[in-house]
Write a protein that binds this ligand. Structure first.
Ligand code: IPE
Ligand code: IPE
Ligand code: MG
Length: 249
């Protein structure tokens, strides 16, 4: 029985978020520069997306560049931006053919203009697609997102649109860049680091976390299936007791 056959296709996560980490170490282990690893990481994105398409996953969010990643050496940042522009431009047609809908979270206006343009073209081209939603987290950080949410809510109060007493969880969710996206049931981080590095802090409140030592360029379909199986072995209690959980739902 293959690992894919072991997955209960009726209870796969709707939304998987991945912190794609370890490209630099992967390259360095092979005696190459870090950008070599980022280039190979694109192959894993292709594979994981195909695997997601086979397993009923509706949303795949990939952390590709954090607001903190600007602090890396200029050569690496430039290389990453170049790779992003080339990859989005080069892949969009194929993604469109396979019915993928592309969107982003993060401060896209802070990316190089040509990158922003490729992204806008990709949204436009794929906006009516009904397959997997591929969400790229670019120039994203959760604290940036939550700070914006706080500002927007404060502005609404200032303008008299809402009262402080009316602010609730829904008012915050509406201001997040993920307002139209369900929370991820599963968060995967590759490369052995066990931290969330400013990613989706609000949205992962009840996500199952799967950490693997596999470096991102080595992460393939089987690893995704393994993570889904691990997820399916968990009991999600949301604060309740085990005996209160309907095991069939
Ligand atoms: C993840 O790989 C990709 C980005 C953060 C852009 P890294 O570049 O962080 O690789 P390591 O963690 O240094 O090995
Ligand atoms: C997290 O990886 C960001 C992305 C994968 C894009 P980092 O490599 O930047 O995270 P830290 O610095 O090890 O926490
Ligand atoms: Mg890293």
């Amino acid at each position: 029985m293959s690992i894919l056959d072991k997955i209960d296709i009726n209870s796969t996560p709707k939304h998987i978020a991945i912190i794609m980490d370890g490209n630099g170490r992967w390259a360095q282990q092979k005696g190459h520069n870090r950008l070599f690893g980022h280039n190979f990481g694109v192959e894993s994105v292709r594979e994981v997306l195909k695997a997601a398409q086979k397993t009923n996953i509706e949303y795949l969010t990939l952390y590709a560049f954090s607001t903190e990643n600007w602090n890396r050496p200029k050569e690496e940042v430039d290389g990453l931006m170049d790779l992003l522009i080339r990859t989005i431009g080069g892949e969009v047609e194929e993604l469109h053919k396979s019915n993928v809908k592309i969107s982003t979270i993060g401060d896209i206006g802070g990316l190089p203009t040509s990158c922003e343009k490729e992204l806008i073209d990709a949204y436009e081209k794929t906006k009516n697609n009904t397959g997997v939603n591929l969400i790229l987290a670019l120039n994203y950080s959760s604290r940036w997102e939550l700070t914006n949410a706080a500002k927007n809510i404060a502005l609404k109060v200032e303008l008299g649109d809402i009262k402080v007493s009316e602010i609730n969880e829904q008012s915050i969710i509406r201001e997040l860049s993920t307002s139209n996206i369900p929370d991820p049931e599963l968060l995967i981080r590759t490369s052995g680091e066990r931290r969330v590095s400013n990613f989706l802090l609000w949205q992962i409140a009840y996500s199952e976390l799967h950490f693997t030592n596999v470096l991102w360029p080595d992460f393939k379909a089987q690893d995704l299936y393994g993570a889904i199986l691990d997820y399916q072995s968990r009991e999600r209690r949301f604060g309740k007791l085990s005996e209160q959980i309907d095991k069939n739902s």
